[in-house]
Design a protein around this ligand. Structure first.
Ligand code: BGC
Length: 440
């Protein structure tokens, strides 16, 4: 694989790092912003979820904007918004300013969540596309870990500690902003803009001289219609089944419960009577497992395929959550046992639905409709994420662990059925070959 392509993908994946960081950093600030802004429990819930509402808006806007202005430009705008959000939230002295800054951060997360994987998929050679787009998931996971660590390191820096925690994001935001000046635009977008010469140059650098002309020709064939793509084209009989796969996979990635653990692990452990001083250890164990098994997925995704990973992952997640539910049911939910099943669940998620969703959703749509199709699928993802985040603490309180985790185990099982039955394998083919095959 060309190191140039890797470098470009790493740059775009910084968007994923900021996505991970920004969604996770808030957890460490909660205990300090709540008294500072005088928030009730409900107020805190709304303040924390303000980011998610921004994400929904960001990902909806990015579909059209990515087509109109290009993937790279809009990603640069996202980097700038991350910067504004970091500084704004860190310096805020009133709740409205804080919430607005977090919504701006959400806009940036939404934009990055669609454009980073899409841009990588459009620039990557078919053979390594799975691995390269998974870099984005690896970056999300690293971003989450960085947030947990910097929160931990900064907690004793006095009354402004939460401000420093939020300000950390300035570093990666600046890095993304400036490094984007050195990467080319997506060749697929360039062809759509009739800038074929530039596109060919990019393809020569990414795919090599021999393949470049053929790829350019293939891309051109898929972009014959000169009019701007409309959202309603997603409902055409040939495209609709693809849209469904994108939307349903995106929803499943969230409602199979990953963020009940990522956001609420301390709450789960507190509920079974674990003291707070092992919280850091648990966080490290969860983050480390997430990281390790994302790498495992990257090693295998282009060899065994996306579908195989999704299937094994869904089986594993079902087993782990059922085990967890059983522990509660039998009154055996002790710290160590719960942690073992949670880590098992995280490992299976990280090796499957974590990376594969981003890979598949950026591969299945035709060139002409990728941006809009992904936008619809990922709006569904963020709505589902918001829903699970709001509903989980209520479920855990009202239904207890046995029922709550059994519900999520059941959803994993349904996901397994759906993947086996409806999800196409996308490994190894160029986006244009896939387009021909999937539009049939
Ligand atoms: C999901 C996030 C999740 C993260 C955890 C991502 O693929 O979209 O919701 O927090 O993985 O690693």
């Amino acid at each position: 694989m060309k190191s140039y392509v890797v470098l470009i993908s790493v740059t775009a994946a910084l968007g994923g790092l900021l996505f991970g960081f920004d969604t996770a950093v808030i957890s460490g600030t909660i205990n300090f912003i709540q008294p500072y802004f005088g928030l009730s429990e409900a107020g805190l819930g709304w303040t924390v979820s303000s980011l998610l509402f921004g994400c929904i808006a960001g990902v909806s806007l990015a579909g059209k904007a990515g087509d109109y202005y290009g993937r790279k430009k809009i990603l640069t705008v996202a980097a700038f918004l991350f910067l504004v959000s970091a500084v704004g939230s860190a310096m805020s002295t009133s709740l409205p300013v804080f919430v607005i800054a977090r919504v701006i951060g959400g806009l940036a997360v939404g934009v990055a969540s669609i454009l980073s994987p899409m841009y990588i998929a459009e620039i990557a050679p078919a053979k390594y596309r799975g691995r390269l787009v998974s870099l984005n998931q690896l970056a999300i996971v690293i971003g989450i870990l960085v947030a947990f660590f910097t929160n931990y390191l900064l907690v004793d820096t006095g009354e402004n500690n939460w401000r420093w925690m939020l300000l950390v994001m300035v570093g990666p935001a600046l890095l993304l902003f400036f490094s984007l000046f050195f990467v080319p635009e997506s060749p697929r977008w360039l062809v759509a803009q009739n800038r074929e010469k530039v596109a060919l140059n990019v393809l020569i650098q990414t795919a090599g001289k021999e393949l470049a002309r053929k790829e350019l020709w293939d891309i051109r064939q898929t972009l014959q219609n000169p009019e701007e793509a409309a959202y309603r084209e997603l409902l055409a009989p040939t495209v609709r089944p693809i849209l469904w796969v994108g939307v349903i996979l995106a929803i499943f990635q969230q409602i199979t419960g990953i963020n009940t653990i990522m956001y609420y692990a301390p709450k789960i452990f507190a509920q079974i009577g674990q003291s707070n001083d092992t919280a850091l250890l648990q966080t490290i164990a969860i983050g480390g497992t997430n990281l390790l098994f994302t790498i495992v997925a990257m090693l295998f995704i282009d060899r065994v395929g996306r579908k195989f990973l999704m299937v094994t992952g869904s089986v594993g997640m079902t087993v782990m959550l059922s085990g967890l539910s059983l522990l509660y049911f039998m009154g055996q939910a002790t710290g160590v046992l719960v942690l073992i099943f949670i880590l098992g669940y995280i490992a299976f998620f990280a090796a499957s639905l974590g990376p594969t969703l981003w890979v598949v959703v950026s591969e299945i749509f035709p060139n002409r409709l990728r941006s809009k199709g992904m936008s619809v699928a990922l709006v569904s993802l963020w709505v589902a994420a918001t829903f699970v985040t709001i509903i989980f603490p209520v479920m855990l309180e009202a239904l207890n662990g046995a029922v709550t985790f059994m519900v999520f185990a059941f959803i994993c099982l349904v996901n397994l059925w759906y993947v086996v039955r409806y999800v196409p394998e996308t490994k190894g083919k160029t986006l244009e070959e896939l387009e021909k095959e999937l539009l049939k």
